[in-house]
Write a protein that binds this ligand. Sequence first.
Ligand SMILES: *Cc1c(COP(=O)(O)O)cnc(C)c1O
Length: 380
Amino acid sequence: MKQPRIYLSPPHMGGEEGRYIEEAFRTNWIAPLGPHVDAFEKEVAQYVGTSSALALSSGTAAIHLALKLLKVGEGDTVFCSTLTFVASANPILYQNAIPVFIDSDPDTWNMSPRALEHALSQAKGTKKMPKAVIIVNLYGQSADMDALLEICGHYKVPVIEDAAESLGAEYKGKKSGSLGLYGIYSFNGNKIITTSGGGMLVSNDEEGLDKARFWATQARDQAVHYQHSEMGYNYRMSNVLAGIGRAQLKTLEDKVQARRRNYQIYYDELGKLPGVSFMPEASFGKSTRWLTVLMLDPSNTSISPSTVIEELAKDNIESRPVWKPLHLQPLFRDNSYYMHSDESTSDILFNQGICLPSGSSLTMNEMDRIISTIYQLFSR
Ligand SMILES: *Cc1c(COP(=O)(O)O)cnc(C)c1O
């Protein structure tokens, strides 16, 4: 008999979501604005420690509006972490701008300060400075923001923090996503908390967020009749979905704990197998371990990531390789790339990493299935 499916990172309802949805129905706030949207924005801003927040239809929309706020336009360059989901860079293309990719640091797996410094000093030499740097916080861990912000400050380039995967993580006591000029979160179904689909733009630049709110609402001028002097978007979050988000946010700390516990169990059970290691947690902060990533060192084991992924799939368990770096994507084949050293760190992580099922609702039974499948591979 086929075992029930174990997903990589499924939605995990806390129990109160229905009550919030019911409230939206009862009060007939079935619209891309309303009291849940206003409250969700306030609650997220308060949680992450920024003065304002803007609820949107996706994290991708949030990145897009952040780029617009920084006046990124045709032919401009924007630096972006290479080891990430394509959504980090697609909005650069929406603005007809050109992404330049920056390698990872092996200690954090996030943007390498050394590679960034190299890229910026070259940009200065050619007098083609980027309009923005998009720093991604991968798999629930903050990048080394102090080092990166110092470099960007020196070259006077503003930072957008893509914290889609790191809501709930900390960097030196501050919430991940609150350190750049703009931060973005995603509430897609696979993220640590979800609204089924949605995103948030956060910042202390209240004027900027007001402008972004205007663009996200079809750029409607102040007038009773419909009047428009600028091009806009339909990017607002539904009041029904914001209700789900409010209930989910209340359970965020529990979800962080559950995902960190998943990691600890994987580490305890699999960490001593030959050639096995895990994504490191940098000492500057606290990762949410949104996904637990296991690494296989080919000099110590002949078992490859694809073998593990296939073996888990046979038992109806979903696992994935690490994000394929954007500089390796056919879409970006002509774009520049700056490596951490004479070796590309992100290529190594892509070739050796496996994202294991990491949902906050994972049961002990399910973990046993995953762990014993991997164990068996090593005892063949
Ligand atoms: C999920 C994700 C996004 C996009 O968020 P959506 O809400 O799906 O648009 C952006 N960046 C990273 C790193 C992500 O993982």
